[in-house]
Design a protein around this ligand. Structure first.
Ligand code: EPZ
Length: 422
């Protein structure tokens, strides 16, 4: 298994182009199931998760073609005919986002058999909200041998749905399903994450009638048919926030290009309080390190709050802050697995329930550490960039799921980082 070796102490200096967002690209790819015409997605990142989802969609009859490079990288998906409405456990367990196929398959074919995804490293992650909401649209749902059997022989019917709490995935599933349902649907307490808005905008380009995207009440009027479209995937706000935090751990200055500061609006004041300087310009953000960081408290929240997907990276930054930082995770119940690994590098972090208290130390020290999930693994890289000596991060396949060409991007701006194959 590949490992990544980082020798800390090199400040980052230069430019990084932000890739298209993984968490926008995945639901957008699933939207291809809604139409028999090609859906072209521009700015699709080159990531393991994108390849896995292409395989999963192929099992339903979707063909995929890729052309172009970096921001012009275009994935064209075509679901001319749905050849199977079954999503097998072997594929769904590889990637939870594939559970999103249930809404579009039900809407287009009137039936779907999709494996329950099961838990994952960061929590149990049930899908009850998806299923309850689909039932409200008239789907009949049964659970059998670990599979969800869903059917709507007469088609889905619009309904008013209030989610008990915000779920990105359930909102996305319902946006897709309700686009092809008969009549009006109102989604209350809907997710406002930019990736969900991006999906909604693509659905509109495909002919869907949606109002209120980006607010917590979204109204859809079902249409009988959606068409193909060409849509550009929005920039990856988590990648942008991660590189910004790496400027904090490693020092230096980075110009983050092909992005939009609005995507990390709630993160910028946190970075500024911690001692970083953030300058905005159209389509880019420049982050500079001001020296010693101050401890700042954060609580993860649905958008527009501080994202859970940046919590681990922020903890790496706070590990060498002046004073203390309290970091509270409210989205996932088990998202502190990076804590013992940061501890191996000398970080002082105590967990009490949902809150981690970080007491800053002057410097971390390189150590062999292990990645446990995507964001945890990149937090270890962030920590290693500022640590004394060499850190080896193992199990980097997690990293390959979500950070495009991370060693290339970081070594081009001065980091001492290399992949050891095998
Ligand atoms: C999306 O996951 C992202 N994944 C996650 O990114 C992200 O952390 C999360 O949203 C929160 O922002 C993709 O976009 C592919 P949720 P999702 O439904 O949709 C509970 C990463 O590192 N819940 O908003 O699965 C759930 O267990 C990943 O890129 C239910 O209880 O997240 C969680 O505690 C990790 N029942 C909370 O809600 C349900 O039916 C929020 O989950 C659905 C969710």
């Amino acid at each position: 298994m590949d490992r990544i070796e980082i020798t800390g102490g090199m400040p980052l200096q230069g430019e990084i182009t932000i890739s298209g967002a993984k968490n926008a690209a995945l639901p957008l790819m699933v939207a291809s199931l809604l139409t028999d015409e090609p859906l072209a997605l521009v700015n699709v990142p080159d990531l393991a998760d994108i390849r896995t989802l292409s395989e999963i969609l192929a099992a339903h009859g979707v063909t995929a073609e890729i052309a172009g490079e970096t921001t012009a990288r275009t994935l064209t998906l075509s679901a001319r005919q749905i050849t199977s409405t079954v999503a097998h456990y072997d594929l769904v367990r590889k990637m939870r986002a594939s559970f999103l196929v249930i809404g579009p398959l039900l809407a287009r074919c009137g039936e779907a058999k999709v494996s329950l995804p099961g838990g994952c490293a960061i929590g149990t992650r049930p899908v009850d909200l998806h299923l309850n909401a689909l039932e409200r649209l008239g789907a009949q749902i049964e659970l059998e041998d670990g599979y969800v059997l869903a059917s709507a022989p007469q088609g889905l019917k619009g309904a008013e749905i209030e989610f008990p709490f915000v779920s990105v995935g359930a909102t996305q599933n319902l946006l897709m399903a309700a686009s092809l349902a008969k009549g009006d649907t109102i989604l209350r307490n809907a997710a406002r994450e930019p990736e969900t808005v991006d999906l909604g905008q693509c659905l509109i380009a495909m002919g869907a009638k949606i109002e209120g995207l980006g607010t917590s009440t979204v109204k859809l009027t079902g249409v009988s048919r959606l068409t193909g479209a060409r849509h550009t995937v929005l920039p990856d706000r988590i990648e942008m926030g991660t590189y910004a935090m790496m400027v904090g751990t490693a020092g230096g200055q980075l110009r983050l290009r092909q992005t939009d500061a609005d995507l990390i609006r709630s993160v910028i004041p946190v970075l500024t309080h911690a001692g970083l300087t953030v300058k905005e310009a159209p389509g880019e953000v420049t982050v500079s390190n001001g020296g010693q960081h101050l401890g700042v408290d954060v609580t993860t929240e649905p958008y527009p709050g501080f994202p859970t997907d940046l919590q681990a990276q922020f903890m790496a930054l706070m590990s060498t802050c002046q004073g203390k930082s309290h970091i509270t995770e409210t989205i996932f119940e088990n998202r502190f697995m990076h804590v013992p690994e940061l501890g191996r590098m000398g970080a002082r972090i105590a967990i009490d329930g949902q809150t981690a208290t970080v007491t800053g130390v002057p410097k971390l020290k390189g150590a062999p550490v292990m990645a446990t999930d995507l964001r945890a693994s990149v937090s270890l890289i962030a920590a290693a960039l500022g640590a004394e000596g060499t850190t080896t991060v193992s199990r980097v396949y997690h990293l390959d799921r979500g950070f495009e060409k991370i060693e290339d991007k970081l070594s081009k701006v001065g980091a001492q980082i290399r992949r050891i194959r095998g």
